[in-house]
Design a binder for this molecule. Sequence first.
Ligand code: GLC
Length: 555
Amino acid sequence: MDGIREPGLRKVESHCSMAEADDFDLSRLLDKPKLNIERQRSFDERSLSELSINVRALDNYESTYSPGFRSGFDTPASSARNSFEPHPMVAEAWEALRRSLVYFRGQPVGTIAAYDHASEEVLNYDQVFVRDFVPSALAFLMNGEHDIVKNFLLKTLHLQGWEKKIDRFKLGEGVMPASFKVLHDPVRKTDTLIADFGESAIGRVAPVDSGFWWIILLRAYTKSTGDLSLAETPDCQKGMRLILALCLSEGFDTFPTLLCADGCSMIDRRMGIYGYPIEIQALFFMALRSALPMLKHDAEGKEFVERIVKRLHALSYHMRSYFWLDFQQLNDIYRYKTEEYSHTAVNKFNVIPDSIPDWVFEFMPCRGGYFIGNVSPARMDFRWFALGNCVAILSSLATPEQSVAIMELIEERWQELVGEMPLKVAYPAIESHEWRIITGCDPKNTRWSYHNGGSWPVLLWLLTAACIKTGRPQIARRAIELAESRLLKDGWPEYYDGKFGRYVGKQARKFQTWSISGYLVAKMMLEDPSHLGMISLEEDKAMKPLMKRSTSWTC
Ligand code: GLC
């Protein structure tokens, strides 16, 4: 979205204090190149209708592709040159992030999940997780350190090529690992890799999100460096196609959303997110949109492009229509008739109004709305999930009106969703009988802990990105201040517990890498909003609002 770099722009940004940046019209700032440069549209901005009419239009995306802005954020070493005085935590965070680096044959290939020496139980926190590496990768890209991201993309691509088996069952070719580890043999002086595709993971959960994050990161790398050659290599093209083949395959589905087992993403334990979890649907959408312009247009590539375009249309319609909840929509569901048969049904999924939980009536503000957790026959999971909603904003799965409404909800329900530590992974917690049934009595996921209503500092970067995209940097700033009052002092915990996120999590790791890198990314994006381009996609005009009711927020 940021197109060609305007020489003067970075200077303006890097000399602007955070307070001054408030006065900036951030959307104008982000769009600035448009004002000054008669530029060609970058690949993100092409409409899907253009694509479906003329798929060949993308053949020469190379010529219209332009690198994103390089970071205007100084590393701790050079910060003295900048009038912007970074928070002392920033230097500490960089140091901690560098300590988490993992090397393979001398090359950095990722960051370890947590560098917590005090913890007795290492479990798999000594591994490089694909999802955990994303904020680290963004921090490195924003700091102009591209190689580690390239190495990571290539290493994981190599792992994707492995034959993957759980007992006697062979997994899909395109599956990307949840995590990997480098084994150093000091005697033989060799490094070897081991990877986990779910066959060792607790509960044998499937990392559905890994492949999506991989594609999203490949785009971020390409966008940030302007280096098209990596995405164009036959290996990367093949890797993308294998992931796409998995998630676009035909089956018995009646919906365009992707059917998943429980624990298939950041929430990697049983938490009642089986079915069509919002996190996966939003990442799926974003990965499809990210892959579209990176795919080559040979015969096979074109076929994928066509399938992606069709799926995006259906997916955005489905999500915007059926996952969206605001005051008006809640009222409509509350009054639903049931047992409707045929095409004329209003209550398409036969949701029984009695199944609406009491809390949601209280929680729903007059202004604002969000994508609910899950929709399937007779089931709406009304819980709010942070990651899915932020990714919906970043990928433009949410219409501009819906994006604004999500931000309004966060503001209106600040105490519940942010409280003392940004940000609740899910809201509200499930308790008592429901907790027993839904989590299988999981002692890690007791109410208001861990995945069950815990607060995860890593989500700060996603919140910040969503704030910048919707032109509300002051919300991000408030959240960052909260994080700054605790994170370093508490040793960068993995998560916080309690209704308002006041307590360091029961079993939270310390020096959790994505808590560290998430903070850095949030800071760098706020300092230089043009970084947003590597992780955000503009609205596609061809998928313009399909439903009117989403705009009716007032009550
Ligand atoms: C936990 C989290 C998961 C994360 C992993 C490594 O299992 O639930 O999202 O990737 O730790 O940090």
